[in-house]
Design a protein around this ligand. Structure first.
Ligand SMILES: [Zn+2]
Length: 393
């Protein structure tokens, strides 16, 4: 049985990661993002071509394909290694695309989120090719777009129904295999009134007042139910009124008020159920005051919670691979969402999140990753592909 511990070459991985960081791939929805992920995609395609893998450019958005590559194995088993190519904006990071190595860390935008995982997955294919002689699961490497905004790359990948018995999504988890995280549903609530000059206030309808009552109803009726649903590892689902807009100027009765809500779901809750609970609270306000015009709008963004059983093969094998390379390992949960829940929910592939780096360094002005973790990640991914086959036999 192949053991990959110590087989990854740190300086090769450092070069690979530095190359990826030096290629700007800010998501076009963010400041400074113009080209999208395509230049990173071409780099990934070239890299796997050199390993004898023909890259597939899976169309997602104009000029923004996912890059897929399949490393054949000697067995039927197939795994997905997925990482995203886009980053958040370079601000406020100086020299964001000039990778700097200092004291065992590599600094730069995307160093941690998510190019460290991407580099480690690419390099794992090389390790498998060199050392495993086909004695591993087939691996579909998926370098996807748009994770930072609307995860359209992961949705496209899931929609294409890839045949796989497990997926590893690379995100900064400090090399802890994460099997559960929350989902989210974001939506708006709008109240309407009638605008008049404040000197004739009696003739108008103030849209802010029903909103005050709507928010109160959410706090009094929905919030307590959420705290009662707390899970041991993930905590309680949450509801946050995070944006409010209402009124145009101080001498006008406001005719509209809008709030935006971020509702984090836990495994077992669906978005529909979460929204039904909101609607019931709003109904109670309408019943008290039938003249109020309150509407809950269709969700702007929806994401599923991740809840992979500890006993799932992918979870067990990932944990074992982590132990082989790093020693004793426990499962973890994440406070953020990831592409893993889309692969699990829409493509029915048991999925985990596992990657180098700490989420605390992502999206900041001081993004870095510890190179030793990137090395270990590559070894863990390769180990996992070998042990995934062995688990059945
Ligand atoms: Zn990420």
């Amino acid at each position: 049985m192949k053991n990959f511990k110590g087989l990854a070459n740190q300086s090769e991985l450092e070069t690979l990661l530095a190359d990826l960081v030096a290629i700007e791939s800010v998501n076009p929805a963010y400041k400074g993002g113009e080209r999208g992920e395509i230049a990173v995609g071409e780099y990934v395609a070239d890299y796997i071509r050199k390993l004898g893998i023909e890259p597939e450019f899976q169309p997602v958005l104009p000029g923004r394909p996912n890059i897929l590559g399949r490393l054949q194995g000697a067995h039927d088993a197939c795994l997905i290694f997925e990482a995203h190519m886009d980053t958040v904006t370079a601000d406020p990071m100086p020299d964001a695309f000039t990778p700097l190595v200092r004291e065992g860390r590599l600094y730069g935008r995307g160093a941690c989120d998510d190019k460290a995982s991407l580099a480690a997955m690419m390099y794992a294919l090389k390790l498998l090719k060199e050392y495993a002689a086909g004695g591993h699961a087939a691996v579909l490497l998926a370098a996807v777009i748009d994770e930072e905004v609307a995860y359209r790359g992961a949705l496209k990948l899931a929609e294409s129904k890839p045949r796989a018995q497990g997926a590893v999504v690379g995100e900064p988890t400090n090399l802890v295999p994460v099997i559960a995280h929350k989902g989210v549903v974001r939506f708006r609530i709008r109240t309407r009134g009638r605008a008049v000059h404040t000197s004739r206030m009696q003739e108008g309808i103030n849209a802010i007042y029903p909103m005050v009552e709507a928010i109160q109803a959410l706090r009094e009726q929905v919030e307590p139910r959420l705290s009662a649903r707390a899970l041991p590892r993930l905590g309680a689902p949450t509801l946050c009124v995070s944006v409010i807009h209402g009124g145009l100027q101080v001498n006008m009765v406001p005719d509209e008020c809008v709030i935006e809500i971020d509702r984090r779901t836990v495994p077992g809750e669906t978005a529909d159920e979460a929204l039904a609970e909101i609607d019931a609270a709003l109904d109670s306000v309408r019943q008290r005051e039938p003249s109020y015009r309150i509407e809950r709008l269709a969700p702007d963004l929806l994401d599923y919670a991740l809840d992979t059983p500890r006993g799932a093969k992918i979870a067990q094998v990932a944990r074992k691979a982590c132990e082989t390379i790093r020693g004793e390992t426990e499962f973890g949960t994440a406070p953020y969402g990831s592409d893993a829940s889309k692969l699990a929910e829409l493509a029915h592939i048991p999925s985990i999140v596992l990657g180098p780096g700490d989420i605390a360094q992502a999206h900041t002005g001081d993004e870095w990753v510890e190179l030793m973790q990137v090395v270990q990640a590559a070894e863990i991914y390769a180990q996992l592909a070998v042990e995934f086959v062995r688990y059945d036999h």
